[in-house]
Write a protein that binds this ligand. Structure first.
Ligand SMILES: *Cc1c(COP(=O)(O)O)cnc(C)c1O
Length: 398
């Protein structure tokens, strides 16, 4: 049987309606969108422009501000390195809970002589606007922050942060990979100058994304990271992935149209999962408890349980111990450590990510599987049993 998929922060299933929109461009309409001398190229170019408008509408920008890339990682690299290289020197302000695409790019820029300020977050995952305000100075060339965190779902107040950065004349780059299509994103209204997004986190295809570069004052100059034919207004050369771009546009169009209902439904299911787990098991804690978080995220510390052992005990369930990028290596999640969790707590944490096709039945089965596995693992844990004896039998959940 196919496992129950609850790892939607790593990737989402392709919506069949997105595949349907992409199909013609994988088959008969195979033209190169840069070939304007014939019908094949022109119809591909028209489809790309439709997608550009769909992406722009989803984030509150103009179509000609959209630069298609291979995904959010490339978009973030282009935003940070492109801007830093155009400026030559300066300081970038970011946070400790950012995605590796941002943290690793900042680390490379640091080795090249740029100053990087990594701001700590609160234990609930939130980032006070005053902390960002205090970090800005005359050297600051960019602020780069997540909109919604990919491990704990915490949503930063980009409206307030955008206003702050605009008032101080510092461009704000937002990694909106987890938020676009799930919660409102309003670049123009919020004063956000740069924004990265990806297709495969929003029921679109993998290998396509965009950097949205807003016009405004001062004009943002980015040094291209890929040279070639000067596609995408010289900012990103390379033949466009037309089926991918079409899929990205359609995926965002659908996500925005269905956002409200879907978020409410997923919040209901997520709350049900949380209630089942916390009702049946003791010694649990939630990671990232900021009041504003994504409706489909739940990240839980299962004390006295190693999360890798837990995941191995429930092969019927596809979940993750942290971000997909860091689960391949043994290091505990940098996000959970940034919240003040210790290594043991971080190694006892599991991230659940619900998605568009998650059903109530799947949530109930997932809860039953996890509850049974945690009880089993704890029964084998000397530490847990000792702790229970110390607290008397009332706390035992076994
Ligand atoms: C997945 C993800 C990325 C990377 O996106 P890709 O398109 O896979 O390169 C960047 N930031 C966040 C917050 C993500 O969740």
């Amino acid at each position: 049987m196919t496992p129950i998929y609850l790892d939607s922060h790593a990737t989402t299933p392709l919506d069949p309606r997105v595949l349907e929109a992409m199909m013609p461009f994988l088959t008969e309409q195979f033209g190169n969108a840069a070939s304007m001398t014939h019908e094949f190229g022109r119809s591909a170019a028209e489809a790309v422009e439709r997608a550009r408008a769909q992406v722009a509408a989803a984030v509150g920008a103009e179509p000609d501000e959209v630069v298609f890339t291979s995904g959010a990682t490339e978009a973030i690299n282009l935003a940070l390195k492109g801007l830093a290289e155009a400026r030559g020197s300066g300081r970038i302000v970011t946070a400790t809970t950012e995605h590796p695409a941002t943290l690793d790019t900042c680390a490379r820029l640091e080795r090249r002589g740029f100053a990087i300020e990594r701001l700590p977050v609160e234990p609930d995952g939130s980032l006070p606007v005053e902390r960002v305000a205090a970090a800005l100075n005359d050297e600051t060339i960019l602020v780069s922050l997540l909109h919604a965190n990919n491990e704990i779902g915490v949503v930063h107040d980009i409206g307030a942060l955008g206003a702050l950065c605009a008032a101080r004349g510092v461009p704000l780059h937002v990694d909106a990979t987890q938020s676009v299509g799930k919660i409102p994103v309003r670049m123009a209204e919020w004063g956000v100058r740069l924004l990265s997004l990806s297709g495969h986190k929003v029921y679109g295809p993998k290998g396509v994304g965009a950097l949205v570069v807003r016009r405004g004052k001062p004009r943002l100059r980015l040094k291209a990271q890929i040279d070639g034919g000067g596609h995408e207004r010289g900012m990103r050369s390379g033949t466009l992935n037309v089926p991918g771009v079409v899929g990205l546009g359609r995926a965002l169009e659908l996500a925005v149209a269905e956002m409200e209902g879907e978020a409410a439904r997923l919040a209901g299911l997520r709350d049900r999962l949380r209630a089942r787990l916390f009702g049946a098991l003791d010694a649990l804690e939630e990671n990232g408890t900021a009041t504003n978080k994504l409706a489909h995220n739940l990240n839980v510390v299962f004390r006295f349980v190693d999360s890798v052992a837990l995941l191995n005990a429930v092969p019927e369930l596809a979940v993750s111990t942290g971000s997909a990028c860091s689960s391949a290596e043994p290091a505990p999640s940098h996000v959970l450590l940034a919240l003040g969790r210790d290594e043991t707590e971080a190694r006892s944490s599991v991230r659940f990510g619900l998605h568009r096709f998650t059903t109530a039945d799947e949530i109930d089965r997932a809860a039953d599987l996890v509850i049974a596995a945690v009880r089993e693992l704890r029964a084998q844990s000397g530490l847990y049993m000792t702790e229970q004896d110390d607290h008397g039998s009332t706390r035992r959940d076994g």
